[in-house]
Design a protein around this ligand. Structure first.
Ligand code: AMP
Ligand code: MN
Ligand code: MN
Length: 342
């Protein structure tokens, strides 16, 4: 098989980014809020690669929280855990795995008018990306932003060392649930093979990202699965503050539950509601190409991918009921379309 590469349509933007990078001195590299493996991997790989080019890099965790399960990845880097402190100087902001500035949460407010398109790079793979930068490289055919970054960095002539390959493989593995999602392509697997050849420790990453967990996570998993209710093709489950208190788990310990529940055969759409003081954060999954949950999420201010998306509901029970009704309507409409076409 030939070398994995970015599609030709991205060659001009990749070249323009490299040109603009030469002039940059300080580069802010933020994660999105609710850190996942792909956003953290992207920030770490970019920070390491760009500091290798002599740039002053400022990696920032935009909501200050790295989930316990991902802390091993950044032990050597100490990104800034943002809680409102002053930031070192920068003249470029490199967005990776971020659909739009609002996904920086509190950091977006602090950056204010520094978020002008000329100062932004945007590398992503979400269909709902807002293309908010002067230079946007959004490859919706990629399974992870880490997959895009591997191809971009290599295309820029940057040697892929084990220090770059390790977070990049972690990003690909987390977004594909270890190469299981429908977004996984031959190119994804080829990139992963290159990363393993470059020194990324596949066995260690598989264990740390998918098996190792504190007992509190296993207990919380049980409580969340127990809360699942199926109604008209929609499976809803909860992560309540009471569950966290009872199990001693942190909110970030729940991220795998939605993947587990999304295998329930009787459901078409899965919604996991994380209780917050002002409402709920909602993780959405679809088990069929006939239902694009990023569109459902977008109706409520969220976004993501066709088969995995998220949103936040700020409000009370009535808003949540409206969301649930809308989800059921979307499922019913998809079933009608499928039936009509059959
Ligand atoms: P999650 O359910 O949090 O794992 O998110 C699933 C996918 O949707 C990930 O790719 C997220 O980056 C994306 N996502 C989650 N919430 C939002 C949001 N509010 N806006 C845009 N994308 C989101
Ligand atoms: Mn992400
Ligand atoms: Mn991603």
């Amino acid at each position: 098989m030939s070398e994995p590469r970015l599609s030709d349509e991205f060659a001009p933007v990749a070249a323009a980014m490299l040109e603009r990078l030469r002039a940059a001195t300080g580069i802010l590299i933020p994660t999105h809020i609710n850190v996942d493996g792909d956003t953290l991997a992207s920030v770490l790989a970019l920070s390491r690669a760009l500091s290798g080019l002599g740039k002053a890099v400022v990696p920032v965790v935009s909501d200050g929280k790295v989930p316990h399960a991902l802390q091993f990845l950044c032990a050597a880097d100490s990104p800034i855990l943002y809680t409102g402190q002053a930031l070192p100087p920068f003249d470029l902001i490199f967005f990776a795995d971020i659909t739009g500035p609002s996904r920086l949460g509190p950091l977006a407010q602090a950056l204010g008018d520094r978020l002008t398109p000329e100062h932004l790079f945007n590398v992503d793979h979400h269909v709902s990306n807002e293309r908010f930068a002067a230079l946007n490289l959004v490859d919706v055919g990629a399974a992870a932003t880490a997959e895009v970054l591997y191809l971009l960095l290599r295309g820029w002539g940057i040697p892929i060392t084990a220090e770059l390959a390790t977070p990049l493989l972690a990003g690909v593995m987390t977004d594909t649930l270890s190469f299981q999602t429908p977004s996984t392509t031959a190119r994804t697997l080829h990139v992963a093979a290159d990363l393993v050849a470059a020194g990324a420790p596949l066995e260690h990453l598989a264990d740390a990202l998918f098996r190792a967990k504190p007992l509190s996570t296993a207990r919380l998993f049980g409580a969340v699965v127990d809360s699942a209710r199926l109604d008209d093709g929609l499976l809803c489950a909860e992560v309540t503050q009471a569950m966290l208190a009872e199990t001693g788990a942190q909110p970030s310990e729940t991220e795998d539950v939605v993947s587990y529940l999304s295998g329930v055969e009787e459901a078409a759409v899965f919604a996991l509601f994380y209780e917050r003081a002002d409402g709920w954060r909602v993780s959405l999954r679809s088990s069929t190409d006939a239902i694009d949950v990023s569109r459902l999420a977008a109706e409520f201010g969220g976004g993501g991918h066709a088969r995995a998306a998220g949103l936040t509901l700020v409000g009370g029970r009535a808003l949540r009921t409206r969301f649930v009704q809308r989800a059921k309507t979307v499922i019913a409409a998809a079933r009608e379309t499928v039936a009509a076409g059959a």
